[in-house]
Design a protein around this ligand. Structure first.
Ligand code: ZN
Length: 414
């Protein structure tokens, strides 16, 4: 038996006036996801707990069956791992943003106009050179740009502490923050001092860089600062193979989800055309999943852009993206052996188009496959799934349910 789990990021939403009080998922044409609901069992998932809006990081850890209160150690390390940066125990990893600041260090744009990968890579080289020529007082340091404005900073060595605050003020028009120690330890004080020095050094390394001068001449904002946030350390989690006896693989484009899957011991399947954007090639993803099911017993497919449309409050765009996810599931239904394969669809959280943020409502889930106990739900959506046979479960309950369907669950008691 095999299973494929489709997670559409932030797909769940709230009823919207412009959609006649339907959610984007209810309003979109989703014949294949409706079929999964019709032939399967449905329910609602409180990904962490009722009323708690989850970040995508802990949401995915929960959907993979982990107790996030126990294992979560910050987003930085997970994103770093997903960007191809190795993190060892005790390393500190930070998420960084190339940003634009004025001469007084006020943030003009936290994402430097969503700088292109090529420009960010050139600036990252300048930062690396500066760190090599004038190394900060730390065992080892690595800075790497990933996608657009995003980058990763890794500090290694003794006497470091994750108990430090971010330099990212999370809004524009205010000054870049100074990192502060969050406890009284020497290590936290030292680490925050290193971050503040680094902020200045990285600014010096890129402020007059030819790439920035060229950006200004094109009428673009210069990427003349690096905001540091989201410190994380390597989470100590057991791989899914050990926990559930499955052979897992993952298809995901965004570094964060890739990092989580890799940390969970899943093989990352590269898919050309999978971009994490609206243009992502969902059929290429589905084809890769069908292929992967020959070698792996559990395949996760993550689609990011449903979430972006919610954050941007673009319901028609969100519906379109949901329809792309539906096309992905159509390909799965048509190409996997339905006598031996379970197909599950869900979201990692609700992204409310009204709040333009993650919110705490539960997300719908549907699972079809051989011998699933079918309920009366005929359509996939927030409203219909409330009446489903799975009832209302927690995120961490989903994996045990799938593992049980796969016939791999261990009996409790004797
Ligand atoms: Zn998410």
């Amino acid at each position: 038996m095999k299973a494929v789990l489709v997670i559409a990021d932030g797909m769940a939403d709230v009823p919207l006036k412009e959609l006649k009080r339907r959610t984007p998922l209810e309003a979109a044409q989703t014949l294949s996801m409706d079929r999964i609901a019709d032939l399967g069992i449905c329910g609602m998932i409180d990904v962490i707990a009722p009323g708690i809006p989850p970040g995508s990081d802990i949401a995915h850890l929960a959907l993979l069956g982990y107790d996030v209160m126990e294992v979560y150690t910050g987003r930085g390390a997970l994103e770093a791992i997903g960007s191809g940066v190795d993190i060892l125990p005790n390393d500190l990893a930070f998420r960084c943003n190339f940003a634009s600041v004025d001469k007084d260090f006020n943030v003009m744009d936290r994402r430097a106009g969503r700088i292109e990968n090529e420009d960010a890579a050139k600036l990252a080289v300048a930062i690396e050179e500066s760190l090599r020529d004038d190394p900060p007082d730390v065992g080892d340091i690595l800075f790497k740009s990933s996608v657009q404005h995003r980058a990763v900073l890794r500090l290694s060595g003794p006497n470091l502490s994750p108990m430090v605050s971010d330099t990212d003020p999370l809004k524009t028009g205010v000054k870049v923050l100074k990192s502060r120690p969050l406890d009284n330890s020497r290590e936290a004080k030292r680490t925050s001092e290193i971050l503040n020095k680094l902020t200045q050094q990285m600014h010096e390394a890129v402020k007059n860089h030819p790439t920035n001068e060229e950006r200004i001449s094109r009428g673009l904002l210069p990427a003349n600062n690096v905001l540091i946030r989201g410190v994380g350390q390597l989470p100590e989690i057991d791989p899914l193979t050990l926990l559930y006896g499955i052979h897992p693989a993952a298809i995901a484009a965004v570094p964060l989800v890739r990092g989580i899957c890799k940390t969970a011991g899943m093989r990352l399947i590269p898919v050309p055309g999978a971009t994490g954007t609206y243009e992502t090639d969902v059929i290429a993803k589905a084809k890769a999943a069908v292929e992967a099911l020959h070698s792996y017993s559990f395949v996760l497919i993550h689609v990011k852009a449903t979430d972006l449309a919610g954050h941007d409050n673009r319901p028609p765009k969100k519906m379109k993206m949901i329809e792309k996810v539906d096309a992905l599931t159509t390909h799965l239904i048509n190409n996997v052996d339905l006598d031996k394969t379970f197909i599950a669809v869900t979201a990692d959280h609700t992204t409310s188009s009204i709040k333009q943020a993650h919110s705490g409502e539960p997300v719908p889930v549907a699972i079809m496959g051989p011998h699933v106990r079918v309920d009366d739900v005929k359509e996939f959506g927030e409203r219909p799934c409330m009446k489903g046979g799975l009832g209302r479960i927690r995120g961490k309950d989903l994996m045990p349910i799938l593992v049980d369907l796969l016939g791999k669950a261990e009996k409790a008691g004797s």
